[in-house]
Design a protein around this ligand. Structure first.
Ligand SMILES: [Zn+2]
Length: 232
């Protein structure tokens, strides 16, 4: 159920029964040689629409830009907005919706840049954030224990959600262990890491089957986060 597809009167009627709104937050970010720049948008929109189906809560138009790693700046097509702009954008749109009767805003994102997540956090007591990738991976993946970037997990999810856009024949894999990548992840080093291909972890091991397990696990996780927020 999409807010933007409704008339204002439909939304007013919705607000008589429900006061929650899901706001997907994507980003325009390189995902290696094999996934499109809108990977995090496609994924978050899928999860938002499923969560809406399961709960009857409406989905607002996606925010298509987010905060990205400075080391990705020269990877063509990637772009980002500042931490302050992302916060102000969310505060600005939710301000109007709040005055119409919306009481809880659920920011849903599939993009894990730490400053992106920080920008979505602690905005207001009625704005909640769910990081849609916060699940267990170890039992499903072969060479990773956690989610990385355009990795075995993220690529498996893409293969399950939108196989036509995944170029498995173009995968260029060069893993940089988490400890070594940390300075780039936390925006301390803004240069491009040596031998960086834009992906981390082991995307060559991605399969649709792993993706299906992870997607279902994420949906379960989202539902439990949603119920927790509803009961607050
Ligand atoms: Zn991503």
């Amino acid at each position: 159920m999409y807010l933007a597809d409704m008339t204002w009167d439909d939304v007013r009627n919705y607000l008589k029964k429900e006061d929650c709104l899901i706001l997907p937050v994507g980003t325009c970010e390189q995902h290696g040689y094999h996934l499109p720049l809108n990977n995090d948008i496609l994924s978050v929109e899928y999860f938002a629409s499923k969560l809406s189906e399961l709960t009857g809560v409406m989905v607002a138009p996606t925010i298509n830009y987010g905060v990205n790693l400075p080391c990705d700046k020269l990877l063509s097509g990637t772009t980002g907005i500042t931490y302050d702009l992302l916060r102000n954008l969310i505060l600005s749109v939710t301000d109007w919706w709040r005055s119409q009767g919306f009481k809880k805003f659920i920011l849903l994102t599939f993009h894990g840049d730490p400053y992106h997540i920080k920008a979505l956090s602690d905005l207001a007591p009625d704005i909640f954030v769910i990081e849609a990738y916060e699940i267990e991976y170890q039992d499903v993946l072969e060479k990773q224990t956690t989610m990385r970037h355009a990795c075995e997990a993220e690529t498996s999810i893409a293969l399950y959600l939108y196989p036509d856009k995944v170029k498995m024949n173009c995968v260029k894999e060069y893993d940089i262990p988490f400890e070594k990548f940390k300075e780039y992840l936390y925006h301390e080093n803004t240069n491009q890491p040596e031998n960086y291909t834009g992906c981390l972890g082991f995307p060559s091991l991605a399969t649709k089957e792993k993706g299906e397990i992870l997607v279902n696990r994420i949906l379960e996780y989202l539902l439990s986060c949603f119920n927790e927020i509803k009961n607050k």
